[in-house]
Design a protein around this ligand. Structure first.
Ligand SMILES: [Fe+2]
Ligand SMILES: [Fe+2]
Length: 399
C-alpha cells in the first residue's frame, strides 16, 4: 500500500526542491505539497495522510501550531518537523508535538530514511494481530497522569523550573521513589540529592520526566502473581538496561536529546511484558512456561502463543501515549533490531545491546536462543569492533 505524505513549507523553492529530491520515491509514496498551514488543512480535509512533514517557521500558523492541531484532529498521523537553526531542535524536542525531527538542509537520503523508518514502525504497530491482541485487554492503560501533567506544563512557555518541580513534589510517594533512584548507584552522582528541583539541575528535566514515567508505569501496571515472573526483577533489569544503554549512546556520541530518548527506551523496553502480565496473565503464563520448557527466549515464546511479543506490544503502547519515535522504535524492535533496516547507530542499537548485555550478566548458564546480541546486525553497522568497549563501560558502571 502506498503511503500518503504531505509536505508543508511556506518557501516555494524548498517545496520544489523536495519534489525534485523525492521524485524517485513516487512508486512508494503519494506526495502532496502545501505552502501554508491553511493549505495543509485543505489537503487534510480531502483525504487522509499517513505522514505530515512541516517546516517550523511559517507566517500565520507555524509548524508547531500546525502539528499540535494535527495531533488532536488526526492522531493517527505521523508528524515530522523540519527545523532550521541549531538549538531550535533541542528546545522543540523537549516540548513539541512532533514524533521526529529533521534539521535543514536535509539531504534526500536522510529524508527518505527517516520517512521510511517511520512507515516501517507504523506498519508494525498497525499489524492486525497486534491490534487484535491489544483489543483482548480489558483496558489499555492511559498515559500516567503525573507524567501527562509534566508534559503539559513543559509545553507552556510560561512554565518555570519551580512549577515543574512542584508538580512532582506534591506527590510525596513519587518524590521518595525518584530520590531513591537518583541517589542509587544508578546515577553515580557525587552528592546526595534531596529534592526534585535539585534532581532537575543535576540530571535535566528530560531525565526527571523519564523517571516519573517509569515509576508510574510500574506502579499502575501491577500484575497478579505469575509463576516465573518477578516485577522486582523486571524493575532492576529495566533500570539497569536504561543506564547501560545511556552509557553506550554517550560513548557513540549521540546528541543529548537522543541520549535522553535512549534512557527512556532502555527503562521502558520491557513495558509490554508488564502489560501482558497485568492484562493477559493466562497467555503470558503460557509463554513463560513454553520459554522454560523449550529453552527459548520469552519473546520467541510469546510470538508463538500470541503472534506478537512484549516488544511490539510495548512499542504500541508507547506509540499510543505519543512518545517520540526513536523511543517507540527502540522498544518495538529491541529483540529484532534488523527489522528496522537502519544502517545507523540509533537508540535502538544501544537498547538492543544493553538489554542483551544485562541479560548476559544476570545469567549464569548459557543464553537462550534469541536472548543474545544479534551479531550480524552489529556487523551490518560496522560496529563489531566496538563491542568490547561497550562491555567494558557497562561493567564499569558497577551495576
Ligand atoms: Fe524484552
Ligand atoms: Fe529486557
Amino acid at each position: 500500500m502506498k503511503r500518503r505524505i504531505l509536505f508543508v513549507d511556506d518557501d516555494s523553492n524548498i517545496l520544489q526542491g523536495l519534489q525534485r529530491m523525492l521524485r524517485s520515491m513516487r512508486g512508494e509514496w503519494d506526495m502532496d505539497f502545501a505552502n501554508s498551514s491553511q493549505d495543509a488543512f485543505a489537503h487534510l480535509a480531502q483525504a487522509p495522510y499517513d505522514v505530515i512533514v512541516s517546516d517550523v517557521k511559517m507566517p500565520g500558523m507555524d509548524g508547531v501550531e500546525l502539528l499540535t492541531a494535527v495531533r488532536s484532529q488526526y492522531p493517527q498521523m505521523t508528524r515530522l518537523l523540519l527545523t532550521g537553526q541549531a538549538g531550535e531542535e533541542t528546545i522543540l524536542k523537549a516540548v513539541g508535538p512532533a514524533h521526529q525531527f529533521l534539521s535543514k538542509p536535509c539531504d534526500a537520503d536522510m529524508l527518505k530514511t527517516t520517512i521510511s523508518r517511520t512507515c516501517a514502525l507504523s506498519a508494525v504497530l498497525e499489524d492486525p494481530t497486534l491490534k487484535e491482541l491489544a483489543s483482548q485487554m480489558v483496558t489499555i492503560p492511559t498515559l500516567p497522569s503525573l507524567y501527562a501533567e509534566l508534559v503539559r506544563t513543559l509545553e507552556d512557555p510560561e512554565s518555570t523550573l519551580e512549577r515543574i518541580s512542584t508538580i512532582v513534589e506534591k506527590d510525596m510517594g513519587m518524590t521518595a521513589k525518584i530520590l531513591k533512584l537518583v541517589n542509587s548507584a544508578f546515577f553515580g552522582l557525587p552528592r546526595q540529592i534531596s529534592s526534585p528541583s535539585q534532581a532537575i539541575s543535576y540530571l535535566g528535566i528530560e531525565t526527571l520526566k523519564t523517571l516519573v514515567l517509569t515509576v508510574q508505569v510500574f506502579e499502575e501496571l501491577t500484575p497478579q502473581a505469575i509463576a516465573g515472573f518477578s516485577v522486582e526483577a523486571l524493575w532492576e533489569h529495566s533500570i539497569q538496561t536504561g543506564e547501560y544503554a545511556r552509557r553506550i549512546a554517550q560513548a557513540e556520541g549521540l546528541d543529548n536529546s537522543l541520549i535522553a530518548d535512549t534512557l527512556t527506551a532502555g527503562m521502558l523496553h520491557d513495558v509490554g511484558a508488564l502489560l501482558l502480565a497485568s492484562q493477559l496473565p493466562d497467555q503470558f503464563t503460557a509463554a513463560i512456561e513454553l520459554s522454560n520448557t523449550q529453552h527459548i527466549s520469552l519473546h520467541v515464546a510469546e510470538q508463538q502463543i500470541m503472534s506478537a511479543s512484549h516488544a511490539e506490544l510495548g512499542g504500541y503502547l508507547l506509540g499510543l501515549w505519543g512518545l517520540r519515535h526513536p523511543v517507540v522504535e527502540a522498544v518495538a524492535f529491541h529483540h529484532q533490531p534488523k527489522k528496522l533496516e537502519s544502517q545507523q547507530f540509533t537508540p535502538l542499537t544501544a537498547v538492543h545491546i544493553a538489554n542483551a548485555l544485562h541479560t548476559e550478566n544476570m545469567h549464569t548458564g548459557q543464553l537462550r536462543d534469541g536472548q543474545g546480541i544479534q551479531e550480524d546486525y552489529i556487523d551490518s553497522l560496522n560496529l563489531t569492533g566496538h563491542l568490547s568497549t561497550w562491555r567494558e563501560i557497562c561493567n564499569a558502571s558497577g551495576l
